[in-house]
Ligand binder design. Structure first.
Ligand SMILES: C[S@@+](CC[C@H](N)C(=O)[O-])C[C@H]1O[C@@H](n2cnc3c(N)ncnc32)[C@H](O)[C@@H]1O
Length: 268
């Protein structure tokens, strides 16, 4: 799925520990906002697509309660294991984690399908998100969370410049797909284009301080890890040093964590 960089699930699995370091400050608050956008009611069924370590799946499971059900689906086995542990720690018996390509998930009839920071990773965002809408019952809600335009700016610029000292920046279909839905208007228009009714988009901001260590954890604990695949350990170390120097030179001390949650109903 990411060509020479391996599958997206392999990339996220390899960086699972660093990913999870960011759960409290980033993934969990974004996940809470995602689950809240759908407003899951007790007894409802939820499919959490691209669930990672359960950032949005766990709050959904708490909201739907013992009569409800959450299927949490991802390709990254190491993140799913963390999600399972967290569900057990929280005493949640109504959630199941599944290692599966979510765009070919076989069950349907969900009240809610939610996908936090995932749709732009799909090979074909429109086709594959449409496949997710078909898993809803008539009138069910789709929630999609994406980075807002310009989010992660200083961190991203420093990482890109550091990687470019070692290799050419590859063509990034994910960035092109994200750029189509990264404003409130374009996300609402896209949900309507997919056949959604009454699209509603909300903006959220979860800025958080960065240190050189946490900034690097995010680089190797998210999709950007794939950009280091194939570099020698010495080259990765040079990228890390360059990245740290560039963050300091540009005085990047916070992660600009702005996201959009979009929700619409589908009757397919
Ligand atoms: C940035 S992470 C977000 C994880 C989680 N939703 C969160 O907000 O913490 C993106 C996730 O999407 C998963 N993913 C991407 N494409 C996928 C696909 N086609 N099927 C299943 N999972 C996928 C990756 O494995 C990764 O865990």
């Amino acid at each position: 799925m990411t060509g020479r960089q391996g599958t997206i699930g392999d990339v996220f699995s390899a960086g699972a520990q660093e990913f999870h370091q960011w759960s409290p400050a980033l993934w969990d608050p974004v996940g809470e906002a995602t689950a809240a956008a759908a407003g899951p009611a007790p007894g409802e069924s939820v499919l959490d697509a691209c669930c990672g370590a359960g950032a949005s799946a766990l709050p959904a499971a708490r909201a739907v309660g013992p009569r409800g059900r959450v299927d949490a689906v991802d390709l990254a086995g190491a993140l799913l294991e963390i999600g399972e542990r967290r569900a057990a720690d929280q005493g949640l018996a109504n959630i199941r984690f599944h290692r599966h390509e979510v765009t070919s998930w076989p069950r349907s009839g969900y009240d809610v399908v939610q996908c936090a920071l995932g749709v732009f990773f799909f090979p074909d965002m429109d086709r594959d998100t449409t496949a997710l809408t078909r898993l809803l019952r008539p009138g069910g809600r789709l929630v999609v969370t994406v980075w807002e335009r310009g989010a992660l700016g200083g961190w991203w610029a420093a990482f890109r410049a550091a990687v470019e000292t070692e290799r050419t920046w590859p063509d990034a279909p994910q960035a092109r797909q994200l750029a189509r839905v990264d404003t409130a208007d374009s996300l609402a228009a896209w949900l309507a284009h997919l056949g959604g009714t009454g699209p509603r988009v909300a903006r959220h901001r979860f800025d958080t301080p960065l240190t050189p260590g946490t900034a690097w954890d995010l680089a190797v604990g998210s999709g950007t890890r794939g950009l280091l695949t194939g570099l020698s350990p010495a080259a990765v170390e040079r990228v890390r040093a360059e990245f740290t120097a560039r963050l300091a030179a540009a005085d990047v001390t916070d992660l600009d964590a702005r996201v959009l949650t979009g929700m619409a109903r589908f009757s397919v």
